[in-house]
Design a binder for this molecule. Structure first.
Ligand SMILES: *Cc1c(COP(=O)(O)O)cnc(C)c1O
Length: 353
């Protein structure tokens, strides 16, 4: 049967109101890719798989929750949707709003949004507004404005976002016939960790697929859940998780507790090192935030806090590397230029032969 998107595929498992009118870009159905060369670098005797969410229609997992949130908003008769975003939510909301014939307004923190995300929001036709403030300030503003005007809020405090994002867990269980032992993922506003846990619990209750332990990973410069208090000026190269007051922080902490997992922080260096390892060992280019889950796994392994033997571990790589090309090009040594002569080529490729 032809694939018609997540709402069609998992309709009986998603708690959506009857008025929902499905709007889909055939999101989801992303591959679970074995990364053996990477796992061998990290340790022995375990299996590591990456769920590559960068292959969603707008390049991040946000599309899973946006198909449901926009479908509900359309069915309810909303004309306009709004969100605060570090970038990927903006691009996804704008794309799905356009597909539904709705207007979208997105608020982003000034100067802190990666090129591929900002250009997405613009090309899909959103009204893009920069805030002289943080993501957290922007979120406060969109919550207030959506209470005052008939505008539908599509941040992950919208419960239908979580419904859609549960499908990531469903797909993993469908592919493996069982939940993995561990799930590693980045944590920003904490909607995704909340949704994965809800999804695994729901599937386990229905099909006895088991539940993973969850390793949630924040960036050290923006790690409110590790520090135990909000971070006023969060900083990290991983802009998608540059969030100081996670809206679903309590649920993330509960998930860690209930799943017998934990939430940890890693440095920007560890994140960028993992981004490079994934690209150079496996051919997978993910944006910095998306490498955080694996960076956290590597951190725990090297600290001796992980017994790997026989474990099956899935890491969620949340967004595509093409979203944030500047992080690579700003740091790169420019490719060398040679004369258009065979001898010149021969002399420079010697070390690769
Ligand atoms: C949104 C996002 C995150 C963080 O997800 P939360 O649900 O906010 O915790 C991580 N990585 C990428 C690429 C994202 O777009």
């Amino acid at each position: 049967m032809a694939y018609k998107g997540l709402i069609d595929k998992y309709s009986s498992l998603l708690d959506l109101p009857a008025h929902t009118r499905p709007v889909s870009l055939l999101e989801g159905n992303t591959p679970l890719i074995p990364v053996d060369r990477l796992s061998q670098q990290l340790g022995e005797g375990f299996e590591l798989l990456v769920k590559f969410e960068g292959l969603n229609p707008t390049g991040s997992f946000k599309d899973r929750g946006m198909t449901t949130a926009i479908s509900e908003a359309l069915g309810r008769g909303s004309k306009t949707v709004i969100c605060a975003s570090t970038g990927n939510t903006a691009a996804s909301a704008a794309a799905y709003a356009s597909r539904a014939g709705l207007k979208s307004i997105v608020l982003i923190p000034q100067g802190k949004v990666a090129t591929g995300k900002l250009s997405g929001a613009i090309v899909y036709g959103a009204q893009v507004i920069q805030i002289d403030g943080s993501f957290d300030d922007a979120l406060t503003m969109v919550v207030e404005i959506s209470e005052k005007y008939p505008i539908c809020l599509v941040n992950s405090i919208n419960p239908y976002r979580i419904e859609g994002q549960k499908t990531g867990a469903f797909e993993i269980c469908d592919t493996l016939d069982h939940a993995p032992d561990w799930l590693c993922l980045p944590v920003g506003n904490a909607g995704n960790i909340t949704a994965y846990w809800a999804g695994f619990k729901q599937y386990d209750a229905l099909y006895a697929t088991g539940r993973p332990q969850i390793l949630g990973v924040q960036a050290a410069g923006s790690a409110p859940l590790v520090l135990g208090h909000p971070v006023e000026n969060p900083e990290t190269v991983a802009t998608a998780i540059r969030i100081g007051k996670p809206a679903r922080g309590d649920e993330a902490l509960e998930t860690a507790l209930e799943s017998n997992g934990r939430i940890i922080a890693v440095s920007d260096d560890e994140i960028l090192t993992m981004q490079k390892m994934l690209a150079q060992l496996e051919g997978l280019w993910v944006e910095p935030a998306s490498a955080a889950g694996l960076a956290g796994l590597a951190h725990e392994i090297s600290a001796g806090k992980f017994s790997l033997k026989g474990q099956r571990i899935v890491a969620i790589c949340t967004g595509h590397g093409l979203k944030d090309p500047d992080i690579i090009t700003n740091a790169m040594v420019k490719p060398q230029i040679i004369a258009a002569k065979l001898e010149a080529l021969e002399s420079v490729i010697q070390s690769s032969l």
